[in-house]
Design a binder for this molecule. Structure first.
Ligand SMILES: Cc1cc2nc3c(=O)[nH]c(=O)nc-3n(C[C@H](O)[C@H](O)[C@H](O)COP(=O)(O)O)c2cc1C
Length: 328
């Protein structure tokens, strides 16, 4: 097979690693909605419209969050190989799928904290299982908030009284989505995937079957194949639930929020914390708006994340790297 194409002065192996790290980002239903065009001068990040999820994400907001997460991985990987990335978001005059362009801004030395995030990329997982009751220490919570701030976002930690309202909103959003046959069909298509599938959520990573008493993890990602939970293995009673927010609600904000979300998820991974996203409440317009009011009305909620100490969960698959390249 021909060697991997090169970009920004990197070797073929380094360029391949950079694309691989980008492709390890989280995405709704593991849809992996990104593509890359490589040249010596620029790495272009594009959305892949064939991987849209119109029922869950009609405005492509979460698609851009996922691509923002891939962009953060690209930045960390480039720095790892000594290239300081200069990023242009939504470059003008580029085509409709173009989300970002990365060029070399000269040599870079990666700081130890950034190296820890680069090393966390392949270890991060969406963990849908019950977490331990152990609380997340305040220093860790501050580190998560700082990670989001660094990418121009805000992190809101839900207080106990707010958690009650959030739970109600989540259940309402879940019921509304499951009443929509288009949503159910889309979810069925992307979940409970057999071993060997390169996309979608495999049954092994789906977590246990949701049960009527469950407060937070309501979506079944296993296509009904997951095991019924061991009696007594309920979800943690006092979860750390955080919301990644942006100041505005534009396409640019989505890309920034995706980078903020990913920096927070990688920070959590590096601190030994597990995480999972719970998106129904921000996918249904009505409940997203109510969550926004609950948070004070100023910020736009982008991603709701449950964080804690969890048991290991298997990795989800990724597509062949060459399929991610735009080759023209
Ligand atoms: C924007 C976005 C929304 C997501 N929403 C959910 C969700 O509501 N529930 C869930 O269990 N996982 C959710 N996920 C996690 C994806 O299913 C997961 O990233 C994907 O299956 C890849 O697995 P990994 O994160 O373990 O690499 C979401 C991910 C992203 C980026």
């Amino acid at each position: 097979m021909a060697s991997f194409p090169t970009a920004l002065g990197l070797s073929a192996e380094q360029t391949e690693d950079v694309v691989q790290q980008a492709g390890l980002a989280p995405s709704l239903h593991n849809s992996q909605p990104w593509r890359f065009r490589l040249s010596e001068q620029v790495i272009e990040l594009h959305s892949d419209p064939r991987r849209r999820l119109p029922a869950a994400d009609p405005a492509d907001r979460e698609l851009r969050l996922a691509c923002g997460a891939a962009l953060l991985n690209l930045r960390l990987a480039l720095e790892h190989f000594g290239v300081r990335p200069v990023v242009a978001l939504l470059p003008r005059l580029a085509g409709p799928t173009s989300l970002a362009e990365l060029r070399s801004g000269g040599p870079a030395t990666q700081a130890p904290e950034e190296l820890a995030l680069y090393q966390a990329i392949p270890k991060r997982r969406s963990n849908r299982r019950p977490f331990l009751e152990n609380p997340v220490p305040a220093a860790h919570r501050h580190a998560l908030a700082a990670a989001v701030r660094r990418e121009q976002g805000s992190l809101r930690t839900m207080t106990r009284p707010e958690l009650g309202s959030l739970e109600g909103l989540m259940h309402r959003a879940h019921r509304m989505q499951m009443a929509d046959v288009r949503f159910r069909d889309e979810l069925a298509k992307w979940t409970g995937r057999p071993k060997g599938a390169a996309e979608g959520v495999p049954a092994a990573a789906a977590g246990p079957l949701p049960e009527p008493q469950d407060q937070w993890v309501l979506r079944d990602f296993s296509g009904g194949q997951a095991r019924v939970r061991v009696p007594g293995k309920d979800f943690e009673s006092d979860p750390l639930m955080v919301v990644v927010c942006s100041n505005h609600d534009s396409r640019l904000d989505d890309l920034r929020a995706g980078q903020a979300m990913q920096r927070m998820l990688l920070t959590a991974t590096a601190l030994g914390l597990a995480s999972s996203l719970l998106s129904a409440v921000v996918e249904v317009e009505e409940t997203r708006d109510e969550l926004r009011q609950l948070l004070g009305g100023g910020l736009y909620p982008q991603a709701v994340v449950r964080i804690g100490y969890g048991s290991p969960t298997p990795a989800t698959p990724r597509r062949d790297l060459r399929e991610l390249l735009i080759d023209d």
